[in-house]
Design a protein around this ligand. Structure first.
Ligand code: CA
Ligand code: CA
Length: 615
């Protein structure tokens, strides 16, 4: 059929080509060819035209051979495909090549390799074939290329929470919605400042080698085989930290059932401010916590040796302990000048039924005193009174001699008397204030609570309340404390023994009194200078004799065994103890109980202060 059209075209052209054709030398061959052309009559009649014959260069063209596929290389939603031209162009110049994807049938056309096929879907695998086209038509397709899966970098991850660690941080995140068509191979957290990175394949990522104490924020990227995503938003700021270094122990100093311990801060805080220090005792595990040196550890046992370590704490945790301190043994502190330390203890208060001179209200019972206390070694003297009372002296015996009241004011070492109970209470408060200590009493109903007792007469008060035995200031002893101190662990009528013989009157020698007390037989019918007789085992003078001594306690019938008693809240008489210069032996015993109304005063009653040993 093609041959036939070619022949018809040649026939139409024959008129113009005829002259040239006539030059052809070999017409016989033409005649043969004509005979070969199936005897078409019209050709035969054309005559000379039959002598024209197509040459080799005029061989009819065909479509090109198939190009050879090269390599497909993926891109972002596209692929680049190489190929080489076919060996045969089919006799007609190749006008172009077409790459076609499978699947999808996406195409790209162009003249040269490579060609880029766009519009592909990331994450989908494609192969490609190529065809060549010339004027005749299009070749058969090449073999298929390698398979490629177009892809892009992933989207950015979503940042989560950064959590500090020791020189590191943990950063959480969520994966991006799109991996770009290629599986995410990892994530990278990057610090700012520092650009320090940590990688992971799932949340969280840990970034190490950070510096404690520096604040960091973090961004995350995701990586696939194509590349790295853009960065996420920044995380919260965190400051990596660890526990502090160990503080350096200083010096432990003993106290009363406590110790004070110094220390110095560690050089390394761990990157977070130290919030406190803890001292721990060994043995016992007693602790104290504070923010600065020194620390005082309480609750220790006097007489037991302790050493101490210190730790520092920040909001990460607690340091290792320091080395141990020196060893200290807590003990009661030394008493102030003029006072004896009376240890805590138990004793039998009252007198045995067989004691000579015993009174009926001296029923024996156990009293436990849990606090040590100081007690003045002497009765308060007139000189001591005047020093706090603005110079006034209420005493009767202001002369060192004579048995009558005087105004000579020359007996500073004689005991003060003619002091009512409220004035004595006011004096102890004033003594506390003079040494910077707390007042142990609140006087009530006073015309002048501060100075009402300065006039040498009554304090002019109607009531007093007691802070309690933990008061750090001066106070009167309780009745129990007084008898406990007077006995100094003795059980006899006086700390020098029991009375004997006649115990009424003022003429009979009493071996248990004459060396330790001023009583009616030896006093000269008046007070005598304090601290001339023999003190008891605890260093207390004139606990018996000279002047009676006010106590805090309201008189009551003994209620039985007690611990730290302070007596009833109300009463008629404040107890006074010890007997005095005017009295016969039965009154000058440790167990004898005297007393009078708190506003009464006379020349036989004085007092001595005490003070609790409070840490
Ligand atoms: Ca007054
Ligand atoms: Ca006395």
């Amino acid at each position: 059929m093609l041959f036939r059209r070619w022949f018809v075209l040649q026939t139409a052209l024959s008129a113009t080509l005829l002259a040239g054709c006539l030059d052809r030398p070999d017409t016989s061959m033409f005649s043969e060819e004509v005979s070969d052309t199936e005897g078409v009559d019209t050709v035969d009649t054309f005559g000379p035209a039959d002598t024209f014959e197509p040459t080799d260069t005029e061989t009819p063209a065909s479509v090109p051979g198939a190009p050879t596929i090269g390599t497909a290389t993926r891109g972002n939603a596209q692929a680049s495909v190489t190929f080489t031209a076919p060996a045969s162009n089919g006799g007609s110049a190749i006008t172009g090549y077409t790459i076609t994807s499978s699947s999808g049938g996406f195409t790209a056309t162009g003249a040269t390799s490579p060609l880029v096929v766009a519009g592909l879907t990331n994450g989908t695998a494609y192969t490609f074939t190529v065809t060549a086209t010339n004027a005749v038509g299009t070749s058969t397709a090449s073999a298929a290329s390698n398979s490629v899966t177009p892809a892009s970098v992933p989207d950015a991850p979503t940042i989560g929470t950064a959590t500090r660690g020791n020189a590191q941080a943990s950063v959480t995140f969520t994966a991006p919605a799109s991996d770009g068509g290629s599986g995410i191979t990892g994530y990278t957290a990057t610090s700012s400042p520092g650009g320090i990175t940590g990688t992971c394949t799932a949340s969280p990522c840990t970034v190490s080698t950070l510096t404690n104490g520096i604040a960091y924020i973090f961004t995350m990227t995701a990586t696939n085989t194509v590349g790295i995503s853009v960065s996420s938003a920044a995380s919260n700021s965190v400051t990596p930290a660890t526990v502090p270094g160990a503080p350096t122990i200083g010096t432990a100093t003993r106290g009363n059932a406590q110790a004070s311990v110094t220390f110095t801060a560690p050089a390394i805080t761990g990157g977070s401010a130290i919030t406190g220090y803890t001292i721990t005792s060994s043995s016992g595990g007693f602790t104290a916590t504070s923010v600065a040196s020194p620390l005082v550890i309480t609750g220790l046992t006097n007489g037991t040796a302790y050493s101490f370590t210190v730790t520092a704490t920040n909001d990460v945790g607690t340091s290792a302990p320091s080395a141990a301190s020196n060893s200290v043994t807590p003990t009661l502190p030394p008493p102030p000048a003029g006072y004896s330390l009376i240890p805590a203890g138990s004793f039998t208060m009252g007198s045995p039924t067989g004691e000579i001179g015993r009174d009926t209200d001296e029923t024996q019972h156990i009293v436990t005193l849990t606090r040590a206390f100081y007690m003045k070694t002497t009765e308060v003297t007139q000189g001591e009174w005047k020093a706090l009372a603005g110079g006034t002296n209420p005493a009767c015996f202001q002369s060192t001699t004579g048995t009558s009241c005087t105004t000579s004011n020359a007996n500073d070492n004689g005991p003060v008397e003619w002091v009512d109970w409220f004035s004595v209470i006011a004096f102890t408060n004033a003594l506390s204030v003079s040494q910077g200590l707390a007042e142990c009493y609140t006087l009530t109903g006073c015309a002048d609570p501060t100075n009402g007792w300065h006039d040498g007469e009554h304090a002019d008060c109607t009531g007093a309340t007691f802070v309690g035995l933990d008061c750090t200031g001066y106070r009167l002893p309780t009745e129990s404390e007084w008898e406990y101190a007077a006995r100094a662990e003795t059980t006899t009528a006086t700390y020098a023994g029991n009375l004997s013989g006649t115990i009424t009157g003022c003429t009979t020698l009493q071996a248990a009194l004459d060396g330790i007390a001023w009583w009616c037989r030896n006093s000269g019918n008046r007070t005598n200078l304090v601290a001339q007789m023999t003190a008891n085992a605890w260093g207390l003078y004139d606990m018996l004799g000279n002047v009676w001594e006010w106590t805090w306690t309201w008189y009551e019938t003994y209620p039985g065994a007690e611990t730290d008693p302070i007596g009833p809240a109300t009463g008629d008489f404040r107890v006074s103890r010890g007997g005095g210069w005017y009295f016969d032996p039965r009154y000058v015993r440790a167990a004898y109980r005297g007393g009078s109304g708190p506003t009464s005063r006379n020349d036989v009653v004085g007092f001595r202060p005490s003070r609790s040993v409070v840490p």
